[in-house]
Design a protein around this ligand. Sequence first.
Ligand code: GLN
Length: 275
Amino acid sequence: MLQNKGAESARLECEMLLSHILGWQRHELYLRKDWILTEEQIQVFTDMLQRRLDGEPIQYITGTREFMGLPFFVDKRVLIPRWETELLTEYVLGVLRKKNQPAAVLDLGTGSGAIAVSLAVHFPRASITAVDIREDALQVARENAKRNEVLSCIDFYKGDLFSPLKPARYHEYFDAIVSNPPYIPTGEINGLMPEVREHEPASALDGGADGLFFYRRIADQAWRYLKEEGLIAVEIGYGQSSSVQELFLETGAYQGQEVHKDLAGIDRFLVFQKK
Ligand code: GLN
């Protein structure tokens, strides 16, 4: 049925659903081939298959996504973390590890908490602040922090970018700010794959008329919250590299920008240092 729908990895997806239902590793399906499903399991499988046939992303159906080697819970309240974002996260992790000192890190638009939770797990000396404008996303992020046992390492705030961060406490506070903000131009949302367009939250995708709405605001404000020589690292969309670099550099508050490519050779994230 999935193949008829044009699914590229129909077999893999079925294996993911089945192993999820059975609580097995995928390879166990082959080791225990003669296992008989209960009526109830067959029903659950059929329901999940139907959701998949209706175009829902498989990660929402199983409620799981692996990111940075860690299990994350995801549902329609949050964007499904993308592999590209691991590059950004790895980079920040590398910087923190190299300095090997306690560090304060801010994740703007944390969504599922993918970046914040991964940094907290992989660099226990970091104290993380995670902000999202949506309470429902923060619930998912908190759940992921709990699942990965780093709830006490992360302060969660609900609000629009920097707005929930009290100046008295947070001005010049962070060693690093990281963000994978919504960056799709509003007019291009309709052209996205239906799987994304119809199931992932528009608020996690929509970057305003030119897609740069959040970069503009982050560039204008981030420096106030960074320590001297602190880093800001942002993921960017296809074709946005030079515009976003300009936005940051024309503020006069940053220097030493780095452009990092993804495995397809596309500029994928930018790093600046506070002057
Ligand atoms: N920070 C989250 C992630 O990278 C959410 C990003 C978003 O919703 N735009 O997956």
